[in-house]
Design a protein around this ligand. Structure first.
Ligand SMILES: Nc1ncnc2c1ncn2[C@@H]1O[C@H](COP(=O)(O)OP(=O)(O)OP(=O)(O)O)[C@@H](O)[C@H]1O
Ligand SMILES: [Mg+2]
Ligand SMILES: [Zn+2]
Length: 284
């Protein structure tokens, strides 16, 4: 025979004083909290509830302010570490150049020649469904400027960092070629370039220009244009050369995806060289 359930004895409570305080501990320092009466507690209908529940309703812990702010600081620090890890993970996985973290907009010196274009670049927002197409001679800052968008996406992403993929175009085609040899016939590199939330194509125009490359490039740009997936491009080619070297249908899609910006600046790698030489001459 089942034992009879213990009868619930109603408690007669007229105020919080009839109830002992709970003995919860502060999760930060481990001390038992001090309690104050909860002014919203009403003894009415209290008999229907168990004593432990009632005491938690009648008394509320006086939180340790220092402990609370320490806990908040720790939570913030943990969130910052998680974010950094996530960013490193994205950077490692997606082909970004090792120095991309130093290529920010604030570390980019604006030449007067390009000031107006740079103003447009600054006004762009990560919610915009288009990117930029940077043209200009070697060392003029195209890859640097394209890298600055990676930071802007990172800064704007409070929840999830978008899936960003960076390819130097000749390496993209090398990898696609390697994928052709896969037994499962999957084309992960091509698929990634088609579907990534954001695609960065560095050095467009330095690929070999084989017909299958042009075809793949067309497919990538066409798909991204139709799905409004932000795409960024750098190229040494001037607009005329782009037209000559690439099919007009490609150029048209590039213009649908990106705002063209021409950087006329000098080769800044020469500045770096001059700086190194100055440094070496200055050494004893
Ligand atoms: N306006 C600038 N302000 C600060 N640094 C710059 C600027 N332009 C270029 N640099 C620096 O000069 C170097 C060369 O720039 P970057 O790699 O962006 O050139 P690029 O235009 O992509 O050249 P390439 O066509 O050869 O790839 C980089 O270290 C970059 O950070
Ligand atoms: Mg470059
Ligand atoms: Zn505490």
């Amino acid at each position: 025979m089942q034992p009879m359930a213990k009868a619930f004895t109603p408690i007669l409570v007229s105020s919080a004083d009839d109830l002992e305080t709970p003995q919860d501990r502060c999760p930060e320092c481990g001390e038992v909290f001090q309690y104050e009466k909860n002014p919203e507690f009403s003894a009415k209908d209290s008999s229907a509830l168990p004593r432990t529940v009632l005491s938690r309703l009648a008394w509320r812990p006086i939180t340790h302010l220092n402990c609370e702010s320490r806990m908040r600081e720790r939570a913030h620090a943990a969130a910052a570490i998680r974010r950094k890890q996530e960013i490193n993970h994205v950077l490692k996985r997606s082909g970004f150049p090792g120095n991309v973290m130093s290529k920010t907009l604030s570390s980019f010196q604006v030449d007067p020649d390009c000031a107006r274009e740079l103003e447009l670049v600054k006004r762009w927002r990560p919610t915009d469904r288009y990117g930029f197409w940077f043209q200009g001679p070697p060392g003029s800052g195209k890859s640097h400027l394209m890298g600055s968008f990676v930071h802007r996406y990172f800064e704007a992403s409070t929840e999830k960092v978008p899936h960003m993929v960076w390819w130097s175009v000749p390496f993209l085609f090398d990898q696609i070629t390697k994928d052709f040899a896969r037994e499962d016939r999957a084309e992960p590199t091509f698929q990634d370039a088609l579907n990534a939330d954001v695609l960065f194509l560095d050095d467009l125009g330095t690929q070999q220009g084989k017909p299958w490359e042009t075809e793949r490039l067309f497919q990538i740009l066409d798909r991204r244009l139709n799905w409004e997936l932000p795409t960024f491009v750098t190229t040494n080619l001037a607009t005329g050369e782009v037209k000559n070297l690439m099919h007009e249908r490609l150029t048209s899609r590039l213009l649908g995806l990106c705002i063209p910006v021409t950087l006329k600046a000098r080769d800044r790698r020469r500045d770096v060289l001059a700086e190194r030489l100055r440094d070496l001459h200055g050494r004893v």
